[in-house]
Design a protein around this ligand. Structure first.
Ligand code: PLP
Length: 778
């Protein structure tokens, strides 16, 4: 009796039996076989395992198993150790899966209480009939399946099954329109019928409405609020880009001051532009590799913030200097996360609304290693009206499992809250009236995956993989160093205090279990050399183990460039040639993300590729051989060169142009704001802008943001002055421009810069709109 929810979709009943007598000629073995054939006659797919090890592995790896029948007398260790071990293993990742213990009625008295509590029922194989036993098994499995699907996805599946003909949009009506043309047919077959049948319009009342937060969609948002620890959760189907804009337009308006992490996403700038707010920037720290760290605690203290606002030239008379809102990126791209409880304490009532951009960090609530380090930490009930109102935006699609564009806004009401009806006006302003239901369903499923034991299990798995990779890289690095050889290393603490002995051990030799569970291994302690962020408050910031930065040689401990070095973009090109895509590359770092989608041991390929690079680099292998695509793209530049030659040339240019030092200087001082972002944007719309080359751009005001990737932090925000001809901003831009001309395959990607024949050009406000150039009246 397999459940057919709709044509083409069948979630079959699948049950695992773990028993060591299945093939044996014993009375129990025969009875187990009779039970299996009875279940099979009911259309159940049976998976067999004959040992605890095999059974445990299957339950961990096969998510389609919906019930387990476990032999309590499983052979192996003493007593019933084997069976207990499997039970514990299952419960670690699934606390709802029905588990039946196959036992003797006489043995029940001896089954420990803990085991009874973790299993659902007993099967007396020799006492009851196969028909009776399988009836109970199937019923328990069906009950489990009924609650398997979260509210919105469940409703979507039921709806797609029942309603066959529609007279509403989308006009393809369940995919039928596509069948009428060859290209459409190919589209239909590629994506499959279910995606198209479940692509519904908001006029389908049965599923509720995203704009009203009603019906199964509203139920799903409330379910997610419970899972993620919010008072309210809003699903957004156009990414956290839109989530950030919704919050900002709901919370600040024209001529209000908003505090803004300078390390913010482009969408935050857009939010400021739309709202007409006056941003006052909070400067994050930066280390010798150019990795962006946290905003120091001292820079968040109320007195310091008041000073910043006073010094902001846009905050003139008549403007309330109290900030209405603060936006902080948590964690940073490189995985630095704040102690959020401490951030709230430091801000000390200076601002009522805290907004954490957690686009890369939706999993934090589900693993104890991140406790206190995410916006929705602790119990939502404990968040009262004296605390600040807190917002978090999370891109469910980035590091949880959801479709692209899936995002969530989580809210906890506190001081100066924004009621749902007020907030929803901003929500609707940015939402489509035709949201994509598969995206909504993927948010729903994402929450269900993290609910219960699943969340900790999945996140622990990715942390374990990241730790294993880091330890192997660190050990190789140390082994090579002993031979006087170079190698890559992970960016992480050099040593760890062993939890048992208390002595400090090298990172690669630390207990993997401690690294996976003890946040103190990852906390940034003040003035440690490895992180290079200086005198941070102890415990204020932690490195997320799953965001792994690999360092290439070239930067000394004091931040100066070494004699020799290997620019990371060259290594990335090598990895790319081997089919390995990295997340981000800076001058000397490469970032890898260990998401819950990680395949166990996949990082082994990565280690081999790094070793391969070292071999080819040390041998100065011909570029034509190791990077054929690159060599072919620029035959003149790279003719006759080897891998090491190219690395040396790139590194030589970096040393000569001092790019690392100039980057540091350019990002250490904030440019002077001349007009606010919405003022600059207004000039853009009116056409009062012109593209200006670097040679003529000194003292001009930019119309759009200038953001070099990496690091991805705005160098200039719209309306900011570019400064003097020999100032830090222009010097840095000139160095990048010169570098790009010399290394055409490794050019920088700078948003807001147009490159014409190797020359950078930036949109500036025309003279008439530059406030300083407005002629005095009279
Ligand atoms: C990616 C990102 C966003 C935008 O998220 P999307 O879901 O891609 O729209 C916002 N903030 C930060 C910090 C990001 O990295």
């Amino acid at each position: 009796m397999a459940v057919t929810t709709q044509p083409g979709w069948r979630l079959g009943l699948r049950i695992l039996i773990i028993h060591d007598e299945l093939t044996r000629d014993t009375a129990t073995g025969a009875a187990a076989r009779r039970l299996i054939s009875e279940l099979e006659s009911r259309d159940v797919d049976i998976v067999r395992a004959s040992s605890a090890t095999e059974g445990g592995a299957l339950t961990a790896s096969d998510a389609s198993i919906q019930c387990v029948l476990l032999d309590w007398d499983l052979a192996g260790e003493v007593g019933h150790e084997s069976a207990s071990r499997v039970l514990v293993r299952i419960r670690e990742h699934n606390n709802r899966l029905p588990i039946f213990l196959i036992a003797d009625r006489s043995a029940i008295a001896a089954v420990p209480l803990a085991v009874m509590q973790q299993s659902n029922d007993f099967i007396w194989l020799l006492e009851d009939t196969p028909d009776f036993i399988s009836g109970r098994i199937v019923a328990a499995t069906e009950r489990y399946r009924e609650h398997l699907l979260p509210p919105m996805f469940g409703a979507l599946v039921r709806f797609a099954k029942v309603y066959e003909y529609s007279w509403h949009t989308p006009g393809h009506t369940g995919g039928v329109a596509f069948l009428k043309s060859p290209a459409g047919r190919a589209f239909f077959e590629f994506f499959g019928e279910n995606l198209l049948r479940s692509d519904l319009s908001i006029s389908v009342g049965e599923l509720g409405s995203l704009l009203d937060h009603s019906g199964p969609i509203g139920d799903s948002e409330r379910y997610a609020a419970g899972v993620f620890g919010a008072h309210r959760t809003y699903y957004v189907t156009n990414g956290s880009s839109t989530s950030n804009r919704i919050i900002l337009t709901a919370s600040v308006t024209r001529d209000q001051v908003a505090l803004c992490d300078r390390n913010c996403h482009k969408s935050v700038e857009h939010g400021m532009t739309l709202s007409g707010a006056i941003p006052t920037y909070l400067m994050p720290s930066r280390n010798r590799y150019g990795i962006i760290g946290p905003i120091h605690a001292a820079s968040l203290a109320p007195a310091f913030v008041r000073q910043l606002i006073t010094e902001n030239p846009l905050v003139h008379e008549g403007i309330d200097p109290k900030p209405a809102h603060v936006v902080i990126t948590n964690s940073t791209y490189d995985g630095l996360c704040y102690n959020v409880t401490r951030v709230e304490e430091i801000l000390d009532g200076g601002v009522d609304r805290l907004h954490f951009d957690e686009a890369w960090y939706g999993y934090a609530r589900f693993n104890p290693i991140y406790r206190q380090r995410f916006a929705m930490n602790g119990a939502s009930e404990a968040h009262g009206a004296t605390r600040p109102t807190i917002f978090a935006t999370q891109s469910t699609h980035k590091l949880l499992a959801a479709l692209s564009q899936a995002s969530m806004i989580h809210v906890r009401d506190g001081r100066n809250p924004i009621s749902h009806s007020r907030f929803n006006e901003a929500f609707m302003m940015h939402a489509s009236t035709s949201p994509q239901y598969a995206i909504i369903a993927s948010n729903d499923v994402s929450a269900a995956m993290m609910d219960g034991a699943g969340g900790e299990h999945l996140t622990t798995e990715s942390i374990c993989e990241a730790v294993a990779f880091r330890q192997v890289m660190a050990r190789l690095s140390s082994d090579f160093a002993k031979q006087g050889e170079w190698f890559f290393d992970g960016w992480q603490p050099q040593s760890v205090h062993d939890a048992v002995s208390g002595v400090s051990v090298p990172f690669y030799a630390a207990s993997p279990e401690q690294l996976v569970t003890d946040p103190d291994c990852w906390v940034l302690h003040p003035d440690e050399l490895w992180h290079g962020f200086g005198a941070l408050e102890d415990g204020y910031c932690m490195l997320d183990p799953i965001k792994v930065s690999i360092l290439t040689p070239g930067v000394e401990g004091d931040g100066r460039m070494a004699k020799h070095g290997i620019p990371a973009p060259l290594v990335t090109a090598y990895l790319d040639q081997q089919g390995i895509e990295v997340e981000k590359t800076t001058d000397f770092t490469i970032l890898f993300l260990f998401s819950i989608g990680i395949t166990k041991g996949k990082w082994g390929t990565l280690v081999s590729a790094f070793l391969g690079f070292k071999r080819d680099y040390d041998a100065n292998a011909p570029l034509l051989q190791v990077l054929p695509r690159l060599a072919a793209a620029n035959p003149k530049t790279y003719e006759g060169m080897g891998l090491k030659d190219v690395g040396d040339a790139m590194f030589g240019t970096m040393r000569e142009l001092q790019t690392l030092k100039l980057l540091d200087m350019a990002f250490s001082t904030l440019p002077r704001p001349e007009v606010n972002p919405s003022g600059a944007y207004e000039s853009l719309v009116r056409g009062n802008v012109e593209a200006v080359a670097l040679d003529h751009i000194a003292q001009r005001t930019v119309a759009t943001a200038v953001v070099p990737y990496p690091p991805g932090i705005p160098l200039l925000m719209p309306g900011e002055g570019i400064g003097a001809d020999d100032g830090v901003v222009l010097s840095y831009l000139r160095a990048l421009e010169a570098y790009d001309r010399q290394h055409p395959s490794f050019t920088h990607d700078i948003h807001g810069v147009e490159v014409v024949d190797g020359c950078y050009r930036i949109l500036c406000l025309t003279a008439t709109t530059r406030p300083s150039a407005v002629p005095a009246v009279g």
